[in-house]
Design a protein around this ligand. Structure first.
Ligand SMILES: [Fe+2]
Ligand SMILES: [Fe+2]
Length: 272
């Protein structure tokens, strides 16, 4: 497939941003880019009407893979062998994890950029910035994993937004400006219905005074690819400084309830 080099580099935030990325992160970004382009071309070839798989068709794919779909990104490379990861600094910060383990993190940076532009509260902007980072560790039930990972360090409302955005992604809310995403027809199947724990969580959230926290994360949760978007973590430094309690020992070394999760991210090659 032809790669539009300029659009690809722009999508990563320009040449300066690309220069800071590890080669692994660049390879990952290129892979995602090509997947997006293929999806778009496939949709265009079908007159803009994409045919979504059924739940049964997706289930039939399970035994065609050597990995499970819920596995975290740092553990697999779906197109060949994994690469050696750059070591983390001695007292790693959130920004170090963004640079060395979550990169290129375009999706969360784009979502947080949108939240910033649309005037969301700082708790919601922070939740948008962090909402899918736990997918490096685990994709299945990533809202709960993400909230647990960040909970010791961030405001309660941000953790609430991260935990429950996963649930609200399945339920449209026209008043809030949120539609059920095509992506979910694609990855869960067109005839998918959420499991009981998601339905029960949705019912709880509808009556919760903080319903809008995770809802506004979903409203800013972008999948639409914007080739002109220039994103970086820099505009969020102040919000991180005000609301993310970075431990002086570094993430993973502070004995918090989620320190082990940070250590696993730092060294996913540990055999035990
Ligand atoms: Fe998510
Ligand atoms: Fe997301």
């Amino acid at each position: 497939m032809d790669i539009d080099r300029r659009a690809f580099i722009a999508s990563l935030g320009g040449t300066a941003a690309v220069g800071l990325m590890s080669s692994e992160a660049k390879a990952d970004a290129l892979e995602h880019w090509m997947e997006d382009q293929l999806d778009e071309q496939a949709a265009a070839a079908q007159g803009g009407q994409e045919k979504f798989p059924t739940v049964a068709e997706l289930e039939a794919q399970i035994e065609t893979r050597s990995y499970r779909r819920g596995t975290g990104n740092v553990f697999i490379n779906t197109r060949g062998n994994v690469k050696k990861l750059a070591p983390m600094p001695k007292n790693p910060t959130l920004q170090d994890f963004f640079r060395l383990r979550f990169a290129p993190a375009n999706h969360v940076l784009q979502s947080a950029t949108r939240a910033l532009k649309t005037g969301m509260s700082e708790e919601i902007i922070l939740a948008c910035l962090l909402h899918d980072c736990a997918q490096a560790l685990m994709k299945a039930d990533h809202g709960w994993w993400g909230a647990q990972l960040f909970e010791p360090y961030i405001p309660e409302k941000s953790a609430f937004g991260i935990r429950y955005h996963q649930t609200l992604r399945f339920y449209a809310d026209a008043d809030a400006g949120y539609e059920y995403p095509d992506l979910y027809y694609r990855i869960f199947g067109q005839d998918y219905t959420p499991p009981p724990h998601i339905e029960a969580t949705y019912k709880m959230l509808r009556n919760h005074k903080w319903y809008m926290e995770p809802r506004l994360v979903t409203v800013n949760d972008l999948y639409a690819f914007d080739p002109n978007a220039k994103v970086s973590i820099d505009p969020f430094e102040d919000i991180i400084g005000r609301h993310f309690k970075t431990p002086k020992e570094g993430l993973g070394n502070d004995n918090s309830p989620s320190a082990h999760m940070w250590r696993t991210l730092a060294n996913p090659d540990a055999p035990l």
